[in-house]
Design a protein around this ligand. Structure first.
Ligand code: CA
Length: 228
């Protein structure tokens, strides 16, 4: 599933062009054509990236940025500025935008910036430290786990797998993605490896009945952690 990008821009041609290009790159795109609508949409959907034009009807991009940051909004914001606008203010701490691109820009340049921002955001994302579900307690920092109060023996890989799935609670994660992110590129296990580890993990956490309650199998695709 692609990352979500919200584009707030009032020039229809620009919106269309950006939307096409972002979608082609696999991003999910939502748009708003004025500052107020953009503000509301950003609050409601918390996109992975907000692309915000400065010159907007109703509420300027600068104001939208300032309001969102004032509310503790912590997702990346990329500003679209026109030549001659005070870009120093845009990226200043005062407003809290992550980057800006000056119009006219090439789509290729914009996409490169977008990828860089999203990569950075991914890298600094705080990892989950502790989690508790059913009778299982997990401490990912100390690599300690208990079940029903008794020590639970999980391998580092099992810890990592569980942490990865819990951090994406409610989200289906493909086997390939798990291999890529939990096992890493340097090893080349097959997707069967993932299934084997999941089966073992399920039995350890007491979730291996006919119908698992926490680590669900999404047939032909991957797994999903839920905590109802
Ligand atoms: Ca504009």
């Amino acid at each position: 599933m692609g990352q979500k990008i919200l584009i707030v821009e009032d020039e229809p041609d620009m919106v269309l062009g950006l939307k096409d290009n972002f979608e082609f790159e696999g991003y999910e795109v939502v748009t708003a054509s004025d500052g107020l609508a953009g503000l509301e949409r950003a609050r409601a959907m918390k996109p992975d990236l907000l692309v915000l034009d400065i010159m907007l009807p109703k509420l300027s991009g600068l104001e939208v940025c300032k309001i969102l940051r004032g509310e503790g909004y912590d997702k990346p914001i990329l500003m679209l500025t026109a030549r001659g606008q005070e870009i120093d203010k845009v990226v200043g701490l005062e407003l809290g935008a992550d980057d800006y691109v000056t119009k006219p820009f090439s789509v290729r340049e914009l996409l490169a910036r977008v990828r860089a921002i999203l990569r950075r955001a991914e890298g600094t994302k705080k990892r989950l430290q502790r989690y508790r579900f059913a009778d299982v307690e997990l401490d990912f920092e100390a690599y300690k786990a208990t079940r029903g109060g008794a020590p639970l023996d999980l391998s580092p890989r099992e810890f990592e797998l569980l942490r990865y799935l819990i951090e994406r609670k409610g989200e289906t994660v493909s086997r390939d993605k798990l291999l890529e992110d939990v096992w890493g590129y340097e090893s080349y296990p097959s997707t069967r490896t993932v299934d084997t580890h999941i089966a073992k993990l399920r039995s350890k956490i007491g979730d291996s009945g006919q119908e698992p309650k926490h680590i669900l199998t999404i047939h032909g695709f991957g797994y999903k952690f839920i905590d109802p």
